[in-house]
Write a protein that binds this ligand. Structure first.
Ligand SMILES: [Zn+2]
Length: 258
């Protein structure tokens, strides 16, 4: 297994760079959030021959909504931006969210057509929960059957986000660990997002050792493939660009799972 850390914004770099040496020692890769208006090449400061990069594409937060045809101009721009970042960093994975049912024309068909047009073997589609507390629209590409259909129609691989799965399992009234086991058996992911969360319709991005985290990653370990890429997706830099060194405890915890 390999362990990575998601960096969401280039604006977090000043907080991260003082800790880069120790992060590079402990991690295998960084997942780099790419978005319009930021210069993704600034992430180059993080990378060396010891550490590789994967890319998280822009999503609804950046008005990229792959299921909604009215968003297709911005969808193409977002996809192109993510692809050019992946080319620049030689990334083997680009993670996308399906998107929101923002108009009556929103459908998975729009996502199929976009992905079929690009036909890029680096594309991964991530599970998202049907509803978040503070957002106006439901999401599409949510159920296991929809995710299977996306995989079949687009050949995109699957990225399993354990906190998103927790929120969706609560909505579907499913027992969490059997739900995760079914997701892994049916969708065969090798790329994962890990954070701490509870089941209250909000994506918390807590550290995985947070005392209120519902997810016991020890229980999930037996379902994981040997070559899993485990990406920590916790908030370790706050709004004032303070670095929370407890991220190192999460990394140690994952190393000891192995
Ligand atoms: Zn995620």
């Amino acid at each position: 297994m390999k362990i990575g850390l998601k960096i969401k914004y280039t604006k977090n770099l000043p907080a991260i760079l003082p800790f880069l040496k120790i992060l590079t020692k402990k991690l295998d890769y960084f997942e780099l959030g790419v978005r319009p208006g930021e210069n993704y090449q600034e992430y180059n400061q993080l990378l060396s021959d010891k550490i590789f990069a994967t890319i998280h594409a822009p999503f609804v937060e950046n008005n990229v909504n792959l299921v909604t045809p009215e968003s297709n101009d911005l969808n193409h721009q977002g996809i192109e931006l993510a692809k050019s970042a992946a080319d620049f960093f030689l990334a083997s994975a680009i993670i996308f969210h399906p998107g929101d049912q923002a108009t009556e024309n929103s459908s998975l068909e729009n996502l199929f057509q976009l992905f079929q047009k690009y036909n890029d073997g680096r594309f991964l589609i991530e599970n998202t929960p049907r509803i978040y507390k503070d957002t106006p629209y439901q999401k599409l590409g949510v159920s296991i059957n929809e995710l299977l259909l996306i995989k079949e129609k687009t050949k995109a691989n699957f990225c399993l986000d354990f906190s998103h799965a927790l929120l969706e399992s609560a909505i579907e009234k499913r027992e969490y660990y059997s739900y995760v086991e079914e997701l892994i058996k049916k969708l065969d992911p090798h790329y994962f997002h890990l954070s701490g969360c509870n089941n209250q319709k909000t994506d918390r991005h807590w550290r995985i050792l947070h005392p209120k985290n519902f997810i016991d990653y020890q229980k999930i370990l037996p379902f994981l493939p040997k070559d899993a890429l485990l990406t920590l997706e916790t908030r370790f830099v706050d709004e004032n660009n303070n670095f929370d060194q407890r991220i190192f405890e999460d990394i140690e915890f994952l190393k000891n799972l192995d």
